[in-house]
Design a protein around this ligand. Structure first.
Ligand SMILES: *[C@@H]1O[C@H](CO)[C@@H](O)[C@H](O)[C@H]1NC(C)=O
Ligand SMILES: *[C@@H]1O[C@H](CO)[C@@H](O)[C@H](O)[C@H]1NC(C)=O
Ligand SMILES: *[C@@H]1O[C@H](CO)[C@@H](O)[C@H](O)[C@H]1NC(C)=O
Length: 282
């Protein structure tokens, strides 16, 4: 005959197994939901365009991995929130632009050769500030129909060029929007606060900027960071005796919520129910 204490112990062991099974189940469900493929989707739901340059709004639809879809069986419509006319339309193998908004006339196209491979991405030429907004890519294909949402934001950014005059290092950049902040670091990564930045903005608010740092040391590396809420440019300038070499890396803000966080949240929720369960049994 098992004692009362042994029964409690057994109960606990069983409940631990049951709840850990539950945790694994909840975790696997939340992971599989996150990775299941949609019929129509975008690889980049928050792209950032550079004013005056071309941008690709990404959209793709499911195809069989072994064969191409006949483009004549695919229809693709790109629309923009707040715009009654379409941005671009492709209807069962033919480009159909009678209902196109004049704002996008001669500035947009699909990658026609790639449509059969599931590519419904839109190329937008010479991006304007007014192109910013929410876009809908609707696809009707043999594999099904669906709509992907792309939130397109427009910034202006450019790499600075560096100049050395006496003991002053100057970084000049031609176009930044929205207005950025500029900071400098020395070779040890410490902020150098002896800089002065001037902005010259044009009629539509695009900023040219010039930031001077002094005094500077020869044979030293300085980092200039130009940053707004969308784009960050990190430039390292290596000062030699009488010349400077520099390189710039751009990084972009993404506002998509991290799926890792969502999985963690599920995990926390299930461990919480686990402890409540044990507490009630004992
Ligand atoms: C579609 O094709 C274009 C041109 O080759 C490419 O730049 C883009 O990344 C492709 N998009 C997708 C979603 O495959
Ligand atoms: C640089 O230094 C020299 C000599 O010290 C001076 O004559 C010249 O005006 C300085 N140039 C600038 C741009 O400050
Ligand atoms: C710059 O930094 C130094 C020391 O790090 C400090 O004493 C000084 O007040 C700062 N100057 C400004 C303008 O912030």
């Amino acid at each position: 005959m098992a004692s009362f204490g042994e029964n409690i112990f057994l109960c606990l062991i069983v409940s631990i197994f049951v709840t850990s099974g539950l945790i694994i189940f909840i975790l696997s469900v939340s992971i599989s939901v996150k990775t299941s493929q949609k019929t129509v989707d975008s690889n980049d739901k928050h792209p950032i365009g550079n004013l005056g340059e071309d941008a690709v709004l990404s959209c793709n639809y499911l195809t069989s991995t072994t064969q191409m879809v006949l483009a004549s069986r695919v229809s693709i419509t790109w629309e923009k929130e707040g715009l009654s006319e379409v941005v671009y339309q492709y209807d069962k193998g033919t480009v159909q632009l009678t209902g196109q908004s004049p704002r996008f006339k001669d500035r947009t196209q699909l990658f026609l050769d790639a449509i059969g491979k599931g590519n419904a991405s839109l190329l937008v030429r010479t991006v304007r500030l007014s192109d910013e907004g929410v876009y809908y890519c609707s696809v009707s294909a043999p594999s099904g129909t669906g709509t992907a949402v792309v939130n397109f934001r427009v910034a202006a950014y450019s790499a600075p060029t560096f100049q050395l005059t006496n003991s002053t290092l100057t970084a000049s950049a031609l176009k930044w929007f929205p207005k950025p902040s500029v900071s400098w670091l020395d070779a040890n990564g410490n902020i150098v606060n002896t800089s002065d930045t001037e902005f010259f903005s044009n009629s539509i608010g695009i900023n040219q900027l010039m930031s001077s740092l002094q005094p500077i040391k020869r044979f030293e590396i300085y980092t200039c960071i130009i940053q707004n809420q969308l784009v960050k440019a990190v430039s390292t300038a290596t000062v030699t005796d009488n010349s400077i070499s520099s390189r710039t890396f751009f990084s972009f803000t993404t506002s998509a919520a991290s799926p890792i966080l969502q999985i963690r949240w599920h995990f926390l929720a299930s461990t919480a129910s686990f402890s409540v369960f044990v507490y009630q049994l004992t």
